[in-house]
Design a protein around this ligand. Sequence first.
Ligand code: AP5
Length: 192
Amino acid sequence: MRIVLLGAPGSGKGTQAALMVERLGIPHISTGALLRNAAKRGTELGLKAKSIIDRGELVPDEIMSDMIEERLGREDVADGFILDGYPRNLAQAKSLDTMLERLNQPTNEAIQIDVDLDQLVKRIARRAKKEGRSDDTEEVVRNRMRVYHEQTAPVIDYYADRGLLSHVLGDGEVEEVLERILSVLSVNQTST
Ligand code: AP5
């Protein structure tokens, strides 16, 4: 199963993807995590990305497309994957489709996790205290939300137009949200 997870910053994409890995047995690919790891390792790409991430802007499409192409070329995605953080604008959505068509492995499902703004702000503020992620400051979060609404939200319609989109309510306990996602995917919720 090839799944794209969509949702605003703090909506729970990373949290849900990590749980879905255990239930679906396919890898979680988070472009945010790939970029943060590259920054931690101090690679040229990582350092360039860090200054962009710390402003809450999007890393250029060519860099992201190379990164995703490399990742989707690995063996562990043979049975599918859960994409979290990509695509993030229409150009990336089209580029992903082209890439997957070439591999004869089109996206099966796009899931939009819906959470209201108050809740998102609370979650990110909590994480900021706990983890101190450099892009979780108030000013940067405001910019991430703006970028999300301007550039990423149109991707929701992109998948809706292709008949691939489902909305899932992201409020409540993480396990509840997971069950909603598995139900949309028609995965047996009692399976391990
Ligand atoms: P990325 O890492 O993708 O960040 P994001 O989309 O802003 O998402 P977050 O990680 O903030 O939230 P999430 O939805 O994963 O929620 P989470 O599970 O963490 O990207 C970071 C940056 O990298 C971007 O701004 C950009 O600069 C760059 N980038 C990445 N991809 C790119 C791309 N494709 N193109 C260009 N640039 C790119 O949950 C949030 C918090 O809430 C956690 O503390 C969690 O414990 C908590 N939580 C989760 N679920 C619940 C729940 N049900 N109840 C209560 N708390 C919950």
